[in-house]
Design a protein around this ligand. Sequence first.
Ligand code: SF4
Length: 231
Amino acid sequence: MTTDDLAPELTRDRGKTLRAPVILDLLEEELGPDAVIALDFTSRWELLVATMLSAQSTDVKVNEVTKVLFAELPGPEAFAEAPVERIEELIGSLGLFRQKAKNVQATARQLLERHGGEVPNTMPELLALPGVARKTANVVLSNGFGMHEGVVVDTHVHRLARRLRLTKADDPVRIERDLMRLYPREQWLQVSDMLIHHGRRTCFARRPACERCVIEHLCPSSQEAGLTDKR
Ligand code: SF4
């Protein structure tokens, strides 16, 4: 059965289990194969650092910063040895730059001490790194290793999963758990990629463009006036 066969039968009133796969199919059709991670990186180390820097900053801004940052500090050894003040200067245009500088340097040192300078590929090892939570670990595992241990829940995934009633939770860990139950493991990366890009292009935090949304007929929030979720 194709998406075209299914879509007319489904409405926003149907259960999330029925709507979830069609939502993903329609977003993939609309957004295409370019709807992937927007951070620039050439190694797992750069992916890890870029993701750590992306909290409360746009990917465009992070890419501007990392272009200069990675040219001057090309790997964990350079980050470990640099004065933290220099890292702060290099990332100073990003939010929370002092805490981020401290965390990326501590992470570089931990990688050198415990992992031979390589980014580890298990969730517990990644979560043991300073400043690394499940969102960053999931980004690194899925985009850096092709391993799907969870769903990336950033601000867009959080907002859209709730608007689409794919979850009732408000806590990122519970939202991730609900999405993991709704979608098969091999789709977990696509789920986050599609929701992130749909959130950037259409389902804005303020004034979502419901009138041109391809999943409007499947969205219980489409008729709600005055959506003002600031996430
Ligand atoms: S219908 Fe509106 S609120 Fe629902 S997913 Fe589309 S843009 Fe977002």
